[in-house]
Design a protein around this ligand. Structure first.
Ligand SMILES: [Zn+2]
Length: 466
């Protein structure tokens, strides 16, 4: 009965989506397009933070999960997919996932390969946290929703908002009124979020937040000139990168300025100090989530991450050369600071969650190019396990918590009856071996199953070019 009600309620909506003409560009990657199917005998890590459960059946009807459990009767007419020896997790929700990419030599829009790599890696929803090309992202988001392009569902931030001394390729706002003008313009152009950057002043940030909120939109920040606690007091909604960008603990920091050496000073911060808990409490009381982006920072730790052939294969020849050169020079410099800072950041994220904070995650495919779209999200899974979270917690951080940040947790983010069938089928037992996060076979968006291997083949050699 319950299933019937859900079916009737949602049929209109999904009937409309499926009636749209799917382009050949999308169709070539679809491996399963069935109105009703059952994944049987799967290990399910459902995204709610619960531990893995074995012997599960997941029923999907018209793009929605209709039932999950160990004693589910499969109605006639359902296509059966044997998931013995496989794990099913919710589609990952990347909260810091650009469509551009950088190496030490280039900054390039990956309009073609980034969306394909995200989907291939099991990332079914992204927020582009800071945009260099908001119009192309708005266009891409609409094309994906219309079935014309393949990729994750997208939430777009406007251009980076920084201060007068910031990078020239960002919007350098000149005072509060200017911040309001820019936010109003992009809100009307259709972006979903804004991201403030390292040189913005408190006054400019406050104005940007007020204007965004007036349009029903939210603001996150990769901050420095404004500290975490200051930003929360100004009304920010989300904070990026965790410990790496937190200037709460630098007592000599001039207001509204970003000290060039603040990262070195983080090494001396005592994570057991009340100051740390004060940051957490300020954030938690205000409902401000934190985004973990371990994969992008890991590449500054000498000889990390382990060199993966598939990462090199995805890159164009030039990009591969640039990446390997920077990687070797970091290994030669052999920084003593980075291994410590990285471990401390992992500890900071654990402590935030232990204090009751909501942690989400994203790849941030920037830096010198070692964290590719999607592949870096998968690396985050291992790095959060390394930080001390268990598999159930990590899946939650990377799915339901991201959905919460985006305000879509009623619709997606966990494997529960009534939610969209955004699912990842992984070959092997992810619960006992985090490296298996790479063994994605099928990625479902609203029940439509995409062939991960085919998507990966299609991007080979193109990352850094298209
Ligand atoms: Zn970023």
């Amino acid at each position: 009965m319950k299933r019937l009600v859900i079916f009737v309620m949602l049929f209109g909506l999904f009937g409309a989506v499926q009636a749209q003409e799917m382009s050949n560009r999308v169709k070539q990657f679809v491996a399963l397009d069935a109105p009703a199917f059952a994944l049987t005998n799967a290990t399910v890590i459902d995204g709610t933070g619960a531990a893995a459960r074995t012997g599960q059946t997941v029923l999907v009807e018209n793009g929605r999960i209709s039932e999950v459990g160990s004693s589910v009767t499969i109605p006639s007419g359902f296509q059966r997919i044997d998931a013995t020896g496989k794990t099913v997790i919710p589609g990952l929700i990347g909260i810091h996932n650009h469509t551009f990419y950088t190496t030490s030599q280039r900054r390039i829009q990956l309009d073609e390969t980034a969306p394909m790599l995200y989907l291939a890696s099991g990332v079914t929803t992204i927020r582009t946290t800071g945009s260099y090309a908001p119009y192309s992202e708005i266009e891409l988001k609409q094309a994906i929703r219309a079935g014309q392009r393949v990729g994750p569902d997208m939430f777009i931030t406007g251009p980076y908002l920084t201060g007068g001394e910031g990078y020239t390729y960002m919007t350098r706002v000149r005072g509060a009124e200017d911040a309001r003008r820019v936010v109003k313009y992009w809100a009307e152009e259709g972006v979903d979020w804004f991201k403030a950057y390292t040189m913005i002043s408190r006054e400019e940030l406050k104005a940007a937040i007020e204007e965004a909120h007036a349009h029903g939109l939210k603001v996150t920040g990769h901050l420095c000139s404004v500290s975490f606690r200051e930003a929360v007091e100004l009304g920010i909604d989300n904070l990026e990168h965790g410990f790496f960008t937190n200037t709460d603990y630098d007592s000599d920091k001039p207001l509204d300025e970003c000290p060039s050496d603040f990262r070195e000073s983080l090494i001396d911060v005592d994570l057991k100090s009340p100051e740390i808990q004060a940051t957490f409490k300020t954030m938690i009381d205000a409902g401000v989530e934190m985004t973990s982006t371990l994969a992008v920072y890991e590449m500054y730790v000498p000889n990390r991450p382990p060199l993966e052939q598939r990462v090199l294969d995805a890159m164009s020849g030039e990009v591969q050369k640039e990446y390997l050169q920077t990687r070797s020079s970091i290994a030669e410099q052999n920084s003593a600071m980075w291994p410590q800072l990285f471990a401390k950041s992992q500890e900071f994220e654990r402590a935030f969650v232990a204090a009751g904070g909501l942690l989400a995650a994203g790849v941030d495919p920037t830096g010198y190019g070692g964290a590719l779209p999607g592949y870096g999200d998968q690396r985050n899974f291992e790095l959060l396990i390394e930080a001390g979270f268990n598999a159930g917690e990590v899946v939650q951080i990377m799915s339901l918590n991201g959905a919460h940040v985006l305000g879509i947790d009623q619709n997606t983010g966990s494997i529960e009856a009534g939610k969209a069938a955004d699912l990842v089928l992984i070959n092997g037992d992810l619960n006992t071996n985090p490296a298996l996060i790479r063994n994605v076979e099928l990625v479902f968006r609203n029940g439509l199953g995409f062939d991960s291997a085919a998507l990966i083949r299609a991007v080979e050699g193109r990352v850094g070019v298209q």
